[in-house]
Structures are given as structure tokens and as C-alpha cells.
Ligand binder design. Structure first.
Ligand SMILES: NC(=O)c1ccc[n+]([C@@H]2O[C@H](COP(=O)([O-])OP(=O)(O)OC[C@H]3O[C@@H](n4cnc5c(N)ncnc54)[C@H](O)[C@@H]3O)[C@@H](O)[C@H]2O)c1
Length: 374
């Protein structure tokens, strides 16, 4: 198979979808690897490192036109829609429930698109989202602490306090991978931390792991409201897989928050869980609504590309190898987790929640190809 990698052109995105180590593994299995010149530069992988392991350096258009399997990190941006085509498999983060134009572009192009974030194991783990969620959660706590500083428009509060001065209060909405990692860093900074989740099983797990160091609360609109009004930092980290994030925090709750508090909406890539959220970039990461600083960067891990690229490719490579070795149909047919990642197959929308989000018809994947029994 011809496996292609293009440079990410979304603003402030420095990750790359394949490391030289990954390229070497694919070459060793007999595949061709095409890499757009300069694709790895943002993650400190120079072209020479790819050439040394046998990858071919070429232009973006050549990769799009000739690769059987195209690897990216973020969803195609509008200028790339015209390059999508039938007969190619696109493997990347897509977040289609929050992006109707891209959903339609994928369908119209006739391509097959597998979303990293919806690859889901039978025990409901999201193995290709997890490492980026670890990074984003940790960064969210750092961002919260940073933007509380007075010169940056914050309350002027040191999150950890000092001896004799109370620490700041961090509220984490959603105690999954992002929420847990945000809580760990906030705890490390010395903050008082409360996590709200709507899964009692998840709350039990967190109770075991964090053993009394955080407050764990069942999520309800009343508890969310009470917590948000007391908080110095609120981190939005909820997820309903494949669907738009629920708006847990209303504009009215934001109006009632402390002056100079910070909200970090990590769920912004699924539309955000604060009513007042809109996506921002690393070059202009925050804006203020009713005195509350909003940090809503949709590609947070892009800020730390060395860590993120390696963490991401560690988990994507086994799936890339399976698709390259078996072809997409056989790979998907034999692996339920990968099958759940398929959002569009040969131009047909197969992911129900995306169809529901945009009022589009979807076709169950098993109607298009035989899947292994669950
Ligand atoms: N902005 C970024 O750069 C970035 C990076 C990585 C992940 N993310 C996003 O962060 C979000 C969280 O990802 P994750 O990996 O932690 O997901 P996860 O599935 O591990 O955790 C989500 C948690 O939200 C909880 N939840 C769902 N509805 C809830 C509600 N109403 N109230 C409280 N809790 C609720 C679930 O029970 C679950 O524990 C996702 O939208 C993901 O796409 C964003």
C-alpha cells in the first residue's frame, strides 16, 4: 500500500501523523511511504530523518493524489476539501458531529474516512483519543493557572495559595481522560479540586485512584450551577462519543461567576460545553465574556508537538499497519474497534450520531460489509 502523510495546515498545528520510526516499520512491512516535504518539521523531525528510513519526500498534492491511505492529525480544512477523493482512506481526527460542511464534503467526495476519536474498544475505551486527552487535560490545568494571573486579565490568584492563604477552586466537568489528567495537574499545583461526572461507575473509579484528594460529585444541572458559581477555574471535559457536547454551563451561570475566573473548554472540539464558548487558536487563545476568561483552543495538544506527536503515533501505528497490511475492508471487518472508527465508507455516512447531529441519513456499516461478531 502507498501510505501518505501531509503537513498539517490548520493554524498553529505542529503535529505530524507519522514519525520516522513509524515510517520505518511500514517500510519494513513492504509498504511505500510518501511524506510531504517539511511535514515533520514542527515536531522536530527533519525531512532527512524520513529519507534515511526509506520514505519518499514529495509535494502535498502528490500525496493526496497517489496515497491509498492518507494519514493526518486534524480534520481536512476547507482548502483541502477538493483533494478528497474516491478510492482513498483518510485516517485522522474528524469530529464530524461539530462540522457539517466537512461531513458533506466527505460524503460528496466518495472517500472512506476513519476518525481517530471514534475508534472504540468493546469496553468503551477510546484508544486514539486517550493520549491527546491526557495532554489536553494537563495543559488545561496549566492554562487555568496561567490565565488567573492579573496581568493576563485574571482574578490575580495563585491556584495553589501559600501557607495561610487558601488555594483556588478548580471544577472539572467530566471525569474521563481529560478530566482526570486536569485534576491531577491541578492537585499538583495545590488547588482544591472538584470533579463532576454523570457516571457513578466512573466516580467510583476516581474515588479509588484519587483516594479522597478530590471532591467527587454526581453531575446534575443544580450541582453544575452551584460548583461553577464558586469556582476560580472551570474545566469542561465532558464527552458523549460522536455527539455534540451538552451545554452544561449556561450563559446565565457564566454571568454569575467570579470576576476574572477562567473557563477552559476542552470539549470545544465537539462544540463545547459552555453556552458562551467559541473555538480559539493558540495564537489568540482567550476572550472574555461577562468578566470570565474563556480558553477554548480546539487543538490544544498542538502546542506541545514533540510530546503529542510521539504519544499519538504510539497508538495509531498498530491500526495503520493493520489497514496497510490487510486493506481497509478486511481490517475493518476483523476489528470492531476500528469498525466503530469508520464515519464514512465509500461516500456513505455510517456513523449514526453524526447523521443525527446534521439531520443526514446514515447507513449502518454492517450493511456495507460483513463485520466480525461482537
Ligand atoms: N481541545 C482539545 O484540544 C482536545 C484534546 C483532547 C480531547 N478533547 C476533547 O475533550 C473531551 C473529553 O475527552 P475525554 O477523552 O476525557 O473523554 P472521556 O470519554 O474519557 O470522558 C468524558 C467524561 O464525560 C462524562 N460525561 C458525559 N456527560 C456528562 C455530563 N452531562 N456531566 C458530567 N459528565 C459527563 C462521561 O461520563 C465521561 O466520564 C472530548 O470532547 C474530546 O474530544 C479536546
Amino acid at each position: 500500500m502507498r501510505v501518505g502523510v501531509v503537513k498539517e495546515i490548520k493554524p498553529d498545528e505542529y503535529r505530524v501523523a507519522l514519525t520516522p520510526a513509524g515510517a520505518r516499520e511500514l517500510k519494513a512491512s513492504g509498504h511505500d511511504v510518501l511524506v510531504e516535504a517539511g511535514a515533520g518539521a514542527g515536531s522536530m523531525f527533519p525531512d532527512a530523518d524520513y529519507e534515511t528510513v526509506g520514505a519518499q519526500l514529495t509535494s502535498a498534492v502528490d500525496v493526496w493524489e497517489t496515497a491509498d491511505l492518507l494519514l493526518k492529525v486534524k480534520e481536512p480544512v476547507e482548502s483541502e476539501y477538493g483533494l478528497l477523493r474516491e478510492g482513498q482512506v483518510l485516517f485522522t481526527y474528524l469530529h464530524l458531529a461539530a462540522d457539517e460542511p466537512l461531513t458533506r464534503a466527505l460524503i460528496d467526495s466518495g472517500t472512506t474516512a476513519i476518525a481517530y476519536e471514534t475508534v472504540e474498544t468493546d469496553d468503551r475505551q477510546l484508544p486514539l483519543l486517550a493520549p491527546m486527552s491526557e495532554v489536553a487535560g494537563r495543559l488545561a490545568a496549566q492554562a487555568g493557572a496561567y490565565f488567573l494571573e492579573k496581568p493576563l486579565g485574571g482574578r490575580g490568584l495563585l491556584l495553589g495559595g501559600v501557607a495561610g492563604v487558601a488555594p483556588g477552586k478548580v471544577v472539572v466537568l467530566g471525569g474521563g481522560m481529560v478530566g482526570y489528567n486536569a485534576a491531577v495537574i491541578a492537585l499538583g499545583l495545590g488547588a482544591h479540586v472538584r470533579i463532576l461526572d454523570r457516571s457513578v461507575n466512573r466516580l467510583r473509579e476516581l474515588e479509588q485512584i484519587l483516594s479522597g484528594r478530590v471532591e467527587l460529585v454526581m453531575s446534575s444541572s443544580l450541582e453544575v450551577e452551584k460548583s461553577v458559581l464558586e469556582a476560580d477555574v472551570v474545566i469542561g471535559a465532558v464527552l458523549i462519543p460522536g455527539a455534540r457536547a451538552p451545554k452544561l454551563v449556561t450563559a446565565e451561570m457564566i454571568r454569575g461567576m467570579k470576576e476574572g475566573a477562567v473557563v477552559a473548554d476542552v470539549s470545544i472540539d465537539q462544540g463545547g460545553c459552555f453556552e458562551t464558548s467559541r473555538a480559539t487558536t493558540h495564537s489568540d487563545p482567550v476572550y472574555v465574556v461577562d468578566g470570565v476568561t474563556h480558553y477554548c483552543v480546539s487543538n490544544m495538544p498542538g502546542a506541545v508537538p514533540i510530546t503529542s506527536t510521539i504519544a499519538l503515533t504510539n497508538v495509531t501505528l498498530p491500526y495503520v499497519e493493520t489497514i496497510a497490511d490487510l486493506g481497509v475492508r478486511e481490517a475493518v471487518a476483523g476489528d470492531r474497534a476500528l469498525a466503530r472508527g469508520v464515519n464514512v465508507m465509500d461516500g456513505k455516512l455510517t456513523y449514526e450520531a453524526v447523521g443525527e447531529a446534521h439531520g443526514l441519513d446514515s447507513t449502518p456499516l454492517e450493511e456495507l460489509l460483513p463485520l466480525e461478531p461482537v
